[in-house]
Write a protein that binds this ligand. Structure first.
Ligand SMILES: Nc1ncnc2c1ncn2[C@@H]1O[C@H](COP(=O)(O)OP(=O)(O)OP(=O)(O)O)[C@@H](O)[C@H]1O
Length: 295
């Protein structure tokens, strides 16, 4: 018997997910013996609910945006026995759901979930948090904190690009020290992004060679901001070897030590609750997930 708990954020996607709830319930009830829905009321509820029900279920479904998924993952990854995780995407970017091939329409994604196709996936871990998509400092945090809810509501994920363009010229470099498996760095930088998933703010631009099952983190370090650097980065086919183009460096590693001066705020899957220094590592095949069509 498969027991399912759905952690459901009724406010995700400005209430769009809520409108599909009845249909989602119907699909799940038709395919699983036991399905219980738990609606969240506020930040923190998703994690509390996971801790409460995890020992009694086989599958936990995070139905919401990246915030809900992040809370569920952080509670789940701390458990010894981790139920299988599914995502019904209901937010703006839904980054990891894209990386595992889920449809962005919540009802279509629910049909993928009841196909019960499971795969192990890697998880990123920092000192205090787990992440599925990315860990970042510098420009990426400034962009995210400049994306207010009005921009997000009006432009969705395009709001992020709008703010990137506006923020680029104003970014202050910081001193960055990196210690990776086969690579060290000690110089000025404007952004460091460490990816586990392949999507950031809904696009696959940063890590086109990323793979959520390769047991590796993808690291992109930008030394200076200019439209040319971003353009050449997006055009270049990134390989598994360290790529050093003018303005940026790309490589893969299993773990990474990061020190920044001045101390930098960390954006971990959209949450900005800690700062450098940080140690980051990949936990290969740490979660089993219900997936769609993976590349
Ligand atoms: N009932 C609720 N009312 C208000 N906020 C809630 C409620 N339930 C959960 N939250 C909080 O809302 C925040 C945002 O949720 P989530 O990321 O799932 O949706 P979203 O903002 O629409 O998506 P995205 O982050 O992709 O734009 C989360 O931090 C979550 O904890």
């Amino acid at each position: 018997m498969e027991r399912v708990a759905v952690i459901f954020n009724p406010t995700a996607g400005r209430g769009k997910l809520q409108k599909q709830k009845v249909k989602i319930e119907e699909i799940l009830h038709n395919q699983f013996e036991q399905v219980d829905f738990y609606e969240t009321q506020k930040y923190g509820d998703s994690g509390d609910l996971v801790r409460k029900v995890a020992s009694e279920v086989d599958i936990i479904i995070a139905a919401g945006g990246d915030g809900t998924v992040n809370e569920v993952v952080n509670a789940l990854c701390r458990l010894d026995r981790r139920p299988v995780l599914g995502i019904i995407p209901g937010g703006t970017s839904n980054d990891f759901s894209r990386a595992i091939g889920m449809y962005q329409n919540p009802v279509k994604a629910t049909y993928q979930i009841v196909d019960k196709h499971q795969q192990p996936v890697d998880v990123g871990k920092t000192d205090k948090n787990y992440f599925l998509n990315f860990w970042g400092i510098g420009l990426i945090t400034q962009v995210a904190s400049n994306v207010d809810s009005e921009v997000k509501d009006r432009y969705g994920r395009f709001g992020y690009y709008l703010r990137t363009a506006q923020t680029m010229g104003k970014t202050e470099p910081f001193h960055l020290q990196l210690e990776a498996d086969d690579f060290n760095f000690d110089d000025e930088a404007v952004m460091l992004v460490v990816g586990n998933g392949t999507f950031t703010a809904g696009v696959e631009a940063f890590f086109p060679k990323g793979d959520v099952q390769d047991g590796l983190l993808d690291v992109l370090l930008i030394k200076e901001t200019s439209v040319q650097v971003f353009w050449s980065m997006l055009q270049t086919k990134m390989s598994n070897q360290p790529t050093k183009e003018e303005g940026y460096i790309y490589f893969q590693t299993k773990k990474l030590k990061v020190t920044a001066t001045p101390e930098q705020t960390v954006d971990c899957d959209g949450e900005r609750r800690c700062s450098t220094p940080s140690e980051i590592e990949v936990l290969p095949d740490y979660l089993t997930m219900l997936v769609g069509e993976m590349k």
